[in-house]
Design a protein around this ligand. Structure first.
Ligand SMILES: Nc1ncnc2c1ncn2[C@@H]1O[C@H](COP(=O)(O)OP(=O)(O)OP(=O)(O)O)[C@@H](O)[C@H]1O
Ligand SMILES: [Mg+2]
Length: 317
């Protein structure tokens, strides 16, 4: 059954009601402060919280452009959340807030706050790591050297003994299928292999939250599918909260537990929907009308929002 993750207050409707997904209850989904209150009332500190987050950036002419508007969602468990939305709507900005990558050009949220494990994010911290679209590898280091490198970085280095580090590197190289390529240099690897090294170099630190910013968008379709399967396997073995930005709705319905859809700028949270099938998703489900309806619903929402900037709409699923 498709159910919104955090049912909240009804919001203004626009456009015709979408066709319900087969067998699914009709519920309104909108960003909700209720979910946050609920998690806290249950005595559980959410892993990640966005509470009324707004972001505006200064323009060269002295004005401000509002990019994110009142974004509220939370997660209290290791799960995979895919973030979809039109280009330029603020998806990477959301990830940057989670990792605390602020500087003089990327200021803290203009409104609200982002919290990780209950603590307001005010700068880089060791609970979140990010995989980018382009692999970030050191050309002069081997695969093994690249995967072990993060242990030397300031935020993590001292916390793990050399024995444990070696063990973890071995394990993660096996998990991503690179143990036989451990001595190769990045230039000797395909694009997919390089991205696997990049992923391994984050997972080896076992971050509670992993941000992935269109990590597979530069790969060919087959390699991309292999990477999706690899992620599903690795996350099943070592669960973390993965925030995964993608433009590919099929990728989202394949790997996500939950999908967030942002509107055009200023981006509001249009949808927060739980994918109604257990993982790993079978080929049968991925071909089913339930899956196709969900994909169509998301695509329609993004298109509708594109013609109605900032519009907030009902989500009936
Ligand atoms: N430091 C900054 N200063 C000014 N504007 C910024 C800054 N960072 C992002 N922006 C603007 O905020 C908007 C959202 O950017 P962001 O990179 O988050 O979008 P996105 O959804 O990730 O886009 P894409 O899908 O193309 O990757 C863009 O219009 C961008 O120009
Ligand atoms: Mg981006």
């Amino acid at each position: 059954m498709t159910t919104p993750h955090q049912p909240g207050a009804p919001v203004a409707s626009s456009g015709p009601a979408p066709k319900p997904i087969a067998g699914a209850a009709t519920t309104k989904a909108t960003p909700s402060a209720k979910g946050l209150a609920g998690a806290r009332a249950a005595g559980k500190t959410p892993l990640l919280e966005f509470i009324g987050v707004g972001q505006s950036f200064p323009e060269p002419d002295g004005g401000m452009t509002e990019v994110l508007h009142d974004i509220t969602f939370s997660s209290d468990r290791p799960e995979t959340i895919c973030v979809l939305g039109p280009s330029g709507c603020g998806k990477s900005t959301v990830l940057r807030m989670v990792s605390g990558m602020y500087d003089r050009y990327v200021p803290m949220p203009s409104k609200g706050e982002c919290r990780v494990q209950g603590k307001k994010v005010t700068g880089p911290h060791d609970k979140v790591l990010t995989v980018f679209q382009k692999p970030t590898l050191k050309a002069w280091l081997s695969v093994r050297g690249n995967v072990a490198l993060p242990f030397k970085a300031g935020l993590w280095g001292a916390k793990v003994s050399p024995e444990e580090r070696d063990q973890r590197v071995d394990n993660i190289l096996k998990a991503v299928g690179l143990h036989e390529a451990a001595q190769l240099k990045p230039r000797q690897l395909s694009g997919g292999m390089q991205q696997r090294v990049s992923l391994a170099a984050r997972l080896v630190l076992r971050p509670p939250i992993l941000c992935m910013d269109e990590p597979f968008s530069a790969l060919d379709p087959q390699t991309r599918e292999e990477m999706q399967e690899l992620c599903l396997r690795v996350w099943a073995q070592s669960p973390c909260l993965a925030l995964f930005v993608t433009h590919d709705v099929s990728e989202a319905v394949r790997i996500a537990d939950r999908i967030l859809v942002l509107s055009t700028r200023p981006a509001t949270l249009l949808m927060d929907v739980t994918v109604p099938a257990p993982k790993p998703r079978t080929a049968e489900w991925l071909r089913s009308s339930e899956c196709r309806d969900l994909e169509q619903l998301i695509i329609r929402r993004i298109r509708e929002a594109a013609t109605r900037p900032g519009g907030v709409i009902n989500v009936d699923v």
